[in-house]
Design a protein around this ligand. Structure first.
Ligand SMILES: *Cc1c(COP(=O)(O)O)cnc(C)c1O
Length: 404
């Protein structure tokens, strides 16, 4: 056994949450470093979906809206996400996609800051975040990371940032930027898609106004899982949802002709919750909430530091573009290489699944709940062999699929 593998196994043996991997169904022979794009399948999800399909839908039919409390899922699951992001249970709701929640909260923020028309963000933010501003009535302003604070003026209604950058893993100082936005009279919206379940987040500690986050990444909610939205309690009264659907009505089953918003964060709902998808999300969220962020964060940092050290020793030709301080990055490491796409494909052919982000980034995510130090060692050893052998140069590793 290599010295690297030896070290990895010692670290796994001392890992207090190593047992959590057993809660997942992971295929044999696969090193999965892409939980930041699609979380793995919890064993409980398979059982729970069978129960929801067979007993709740199949047998109890429409009665399940009440008997299985399908109708309460958005609030119930939101309440379970809340402690992972430093929010109160009644400030978070699970619904829609991140994109749709962004659209609702951008609209709501503009209405709360009359006379201000600008949404400030950074170039290179996750595309859907920018597209949602472009499709709104707001004017978009982009400022590079180190120029954001000076770009906050009396026209800015909303500062909208992604807390952990999807490509580089860089993490914003939530406290400092939230304060700067407030000092300029703006609201702030944090996209927690790469943060929730991966890094410490304290929305209320930072005084954040609004947030959204993803259900299918670190929360292991399943492909296309519903997302979540946060609204600080102090804004509940004023919040107007521009997608004013019946599920966000104060009394949906009164079937009134006039819209009247539900109290609290429930008014962010629009249509009927996708019950099967919500059931899967709930299993993923419960699993993470049971472990709690403390051990997950400690493991994430140890794991990524182990990987970073191994990469600089065994694959020095790849340039790490993520912050070297683990407290300043998400649960991922990104490397730049001209042939990142082909390297990624060659790794996948060996059962090591990371991902590629255009044009030249090879990205490895460390979902702390199921990734082992051994996985890190296997990935670095595979990559070192691929680089040494030149096997990535094969034609098949250059074909691009629809999803990269
Ligand atoms: C994954 C991700 C999304 C996903 O948006 P969907 O509408 O749920 O597809 C949005 N923002 C960021 C920053 C992401 O990483």
């Amino acid at each position: 056994m290599s010295a690297l593998m030896d070290q990895a196994r010692t670290l796994d043996a001392a890992d207090p949450i190593s047992g959590a991997r057993e809660l997942f169904d992971l295929p044999e022979g696969v090193v999965y470093l892409d939980g930041n794009s699609l979380g793995a399948l919890p064993k409980a999800t398979r059982k729970q979906l069978a129960q929801v399909v067979d007993a709740e839908w199949g047998r109890d039919l429409i009665r399940s809206w009440n008997t299985a409390d399908w109708i309460g899922m958005p609030q119930r699951i939101g309440g379970k996400i809340a402690p992972l992001i430093g929010a109160h249970a009644n400030e978070v709701i699970a619904c829609d996609s991140v994109s749709v929640n962004l659209s609702k909260l951008i609209g709501a923020a503009l209405a709360m800051r009359p006379g201000r028309t600008v949404v400030l963000s950074e170039p290179g933010n996750f595309p859907t975040d920018l597209y949602m501003v472009q499709g709104s009535s707001a004017e978009q302003r982009l400022a590079a990371r180190d120029k954001i604070i000076e770009a906050l003026d009396e026209d800015v209604a909303l500062l909208m940032l992604t807390h952990v950058h999807y490509k580089t893993g860089e993490m914003f100082d939530m406290v400092a930027l939230t304060k700067a936005a407030h000092d300029a009279g703006a609201l702030v919206l944090w996209d927690l898609s790469h943060s929730g379940g991966a890094v410490p987040v304290d929305l209320n500690g930072a005084g954040a106004d609004l947030a959204v986050g993803c259900g299918y990444k670190y929360l292991n909610g399943g492909p296309g899982a519903p997302a979540y939205a946060f609204v600080a309690k102090r804004h509940h009264e004023a919040l107007q949802n521009p997608i004013s659907g019946w599920m966000g009505h104060a009394a949906p089953f009164a079937f009134s002709d006039e819209y009247a918003p539900a109290p609290g964060v429930s008014r962010l709902l629009a249509g009927t919750p996708p019950v099967l998808a919500m059931a899967a999300l709930e299993c993923g969220v419960e699993l993470m909430a049971d472990i709690g962020m403390g051990p997950l964060v400690a493991k994430s940092r140890a794991l990524s530091e182990f990987f970073r050290a191994a990469m600089s020793e065994h694959c020095p030709e790849l340039v790490c573009v993520s912050p070297v301080d683990p407290a300043a990055r998400g649960s991922q490491l990104s490397y730049r290489h001209e042939e990142a796409y082909a390297l990624c494909q060659a790794l996948i052919a060996r059962g090591v699944i990371g991902d590629f982000r255009d044009p030249d980034i090879l990205r490895f995510g460390f979902a702390p709940v199921y990734v082992r130090f051994e996985d890190g060692a296997l990935a670095v050893e595979a990559l070192a062999e691929i680089l040494a052998s030149g096997e990535w140069e094969r034609e098949e590793f250059r074909q691009r699929a629809a999803v990269t």
